[in-house]
Design a protein around this ligand. Structure first.
Ligand code: SF4
Length: 397
């Protein structure tokens, strides 16, 4: 059934609680919902109800289009001066023997490995260490762009920028302008975790604060540049903290319009200091995507990292507000696998990603980092594509 018809049925369903019907009516009129209504959705919204609202918004914005890109990651180091309780990836400096620290040349060698590959983006993010400072990253970005001008450099989060700007004694606005001049083209969404101090203090108390995170994005976006935002959910936070987090993002987006994509990140509990905290269920993951789609009315895209939530949940999420499932990755990131994700060597060929999207009944669109269309796979057939067919079973009379 069409998303609009489903919404209409919901609006006419007299068994549905009045407050939930009012929210559905707001969605049908493209009206913004309030903080209290956001919390209510988490408390009372059942999966089917949330899916109908989120899918209505998703299809109104993007139809069946589902985006992905061809990218690879560079993770300069997994050593870190910080000690976030949820982090499975980092090792403290005293555990140096368990870590890696790439030199600039090693990172450029990774870039060169893709010289003849049709990738469009390098995503750079990792731990925080003193030697990776402002001059280092400026030079790295410049050298990547010199080597391959068409490769989009999406790099570092406010956690790293706050650290390197402080060390270099430059303010955020100056620092971000320096990064742009060096070759940085967009900023990923990490390091946001949960903004509320009650939670942030417990899980990530020594890195940049919520205000600092938001201000670094503000200064970057004021330069006319784009970035993403994340939220680490499903640990010790309450629903009001999730909505409060999205509220702060929504406010900054009203001010700047510079965010492209919101990415909910599922807390994984393997090998970190919060291993006693159970992980959220798939149902809760889908509810969370849907509520993000409903609440963030000024964000164009909601993304699910297939490498973090598994391929099948990523397919499901396309019915709950998600329109982007990220990239080919080529087994270049350890962030998800070290946290316990099902995908221990995350890589998908373009063909596999396209099939995954098509098999979920959606249209696969390869995008670049800024959502320009690279290839529309609607009518594309891979040379050896197996067409759906009816199979004849052997029948014994
Ligand atoms: S989450 Fe980031 S800042 Fe925190 S310990 Fe891990 S690598 Fe370091």
């Amino acid at each position: 059934m069409h998303a609009e018809q489903q919404l209409q049925l919901l609006l006419n369903d007299t068994r549905l609680a009045k407050d939930l019907r009012q929210i559905a009516a707001k969605v049908s009129r493209s009206e913004r919902i309030s903080f209290e209504e956001g919390v209510l959705l988490y408390e009372k919204g059942e999966l089917g109800y949330l899916g109908i609202l989120a899918n209505y918004i998703r299809e109104k914005r993007h139809g069946n289009n589902t985006y992905f890109n061809r990218n690879f990651h560079i993770e300069p180091t997994n050593l870190c001066v910080y000690d976030c309780k949820f982090c499975s990836y980092s090792r403290l400096i005293k555990e140096r023997s368990q870590g890696w620290e790439y030199t600039m040349d090693e990172m450029l060698d990774i870039v060169k490995k893709y010289d003849n590959e049709p990738v469009t983006e390098v995503h750079i993010v990792g731990g925080v260490l003193p030697q990776y400072d402002l001059p280092f990253y400026s030079e790295l970005f410049t050298r990547i762009k010199e080597h391959r001008p068409d490769l989009h450099v999406k790099a570092l989060t406010p956690v790293e920028y706050h650290y390197i700007f402080k060390k270099a004694k430059v303010d955020y606005a100056t620092g971000m302008a320096m990064m742009k001049a060096a070759g940085l083209e967009s900023m990923p969404g990490g390091g946001a975790e949960i903004f509320h101090p009650e939670i942030r203090e417990q899980i990530a108390k020594d890195k940049c604060t919520a205000d600092q995170w938001l201000d670094i994005h503000r200064q970057w976006q004021k330069l006319g540049m784009r970035s993403n935002a994340t939220m680490l959910y499903g640990h010790i936070e309450e629903f009001k903290h999730r909505v409060g987090h999205m509220e702060r993002l929504r406010q900054l987006q009203d001010e700047t319009g510079g965010f492209q994509t919101f990415i909910p990140l599922k807390f994984r509990n393997q090998d970190n200091q919060m291993s006693n905290v159970p992980e959220s269920t798939v149902t809760e993951d889908l509810r969370n995507y849907a509520i993000a789609r409903i609440y963030l009315d000024n964000f164009d895209h909601i993304k699910a990292y297939w490498a973090m939530i598994s391929r099948t949940t990523a397919q499901l999420s396309l019915n709950f507000g998600v329109d982007d499932i990220d990239g080919t990755l080529d087994d270049t990131t350890k962030i998800y696998s070290m946290a316990g994700a099902e995908e221990q060597k995350p890589a998908m060929s373009t063909k596999e990603l396209v099939y995954l999207i098509k098999n979920a009944g959606r249209v696969a669109i390869e995008r670049d980092t800024l959502y320009n269309i690279v290839t529309d796979f609607t009518n594309y057939e891979f040379p050896e594509e197996v067409k759906p067919q009816f199979y004849r079973l052997p029948v014994v009379n």
